[in-house]
Design a binder for this molecule. Sequence first.
Ligand SMILES: Cc1cc2nc3c(=O)[nH]c(=O)nc-3n(C[C@H](O)[C@H](O)[C@H](O)COP(=O)(O)O)c2cc1C
Length: 199
Amino acid sequence: MNILIILAHPKPGSFNHAIATTVQQALAQAGHTIDLRDLYAEGFDPLYSTAELERGHAVPPQVRKHADLTLNADGIIVVHPNWWAQPPAILTGWLDRVLRAGEAYRFGTNAAGEGIVMGLLKAQAALVLTTSNTPREAELKHYGDPLDNLWKRCVFGFCGVERVERRNFESIILSTPAQREAWLQEAVQQALNLFPPQR
Ligand SMILES: Cc1cc2nc3c(=O)[nH]c(=O)nc-3n(C[C@H](O)[C@H](O)[C@H](O)COP(=O)(O)O)c2cc1C
C-alpha cells in the first residue's frame, strides 16, 4: 500500500520524530511504500493566500505535490504534538491548502435533494499519533479531547476515510526512556494492525 506519513514537529530529535521514523521503518519492512513528509524540514508554507482562494487559481507546486500524494495514498498517518488542543499551525495550514474542495471532498445533493458532503479521498484508513503533557483524565474532564473530534470527524470523516484511529501518548514530560520505547512499539503495532504486512 502507498502510505503517506505527515510529520509536524519542529525539532529533529523530538519524540514525534522518533514516532514517525520508527513507524516508517516498520511499515517499509512490512512491504508498504512510504512517503514521509516532514513539514518543518521541507519548509511547507501553511499560509493560504487571497489569490489562492480565487476560483481557477493555479495551484502552487508545493501544494500540488502534497495534494497529489494525499489523493494517491491508500493510507495516511499523521504525527504531531498537541499545541493548544490543536495541531501546530504548519499542519492546520497544510489542511487548509492541501485538502482541496473538489479533490478531497465536494458538496452535492442526495436523492431527496438535500445538501450533502461527499468525501473523495481514496485512503480508507488513517492513523493519527499525537503527544501531549496533560494527563488523560484531566484532558477529558476539562477539554473533551478536541483533537479526537477534529481528526476523526471534521477532517478524515469529512473527506470520506472510513476507518480512523488515534492514539495520544502522554504525559511526555513525565515519561521515562523505557516508557517512550514502549510507546514506540505500541505505535508500530497500531500501524501494522491498520496496514497489515504485504508479504
Ligand atoms: C506551543 C505549545 C502548546 C502546547 N499546548 C499543549 C496543550 O494544549 N496540551 C498539552 O497537553 N500539551 C501542550 N503542549 C506540550 C506538547 O504537547 C509537548 O511538548 C509535546 O507533545 C512533546 O512532544 P515531543 O517530545 O515530541 O516534543 C504544548 C507545547 C507547546 C510548545
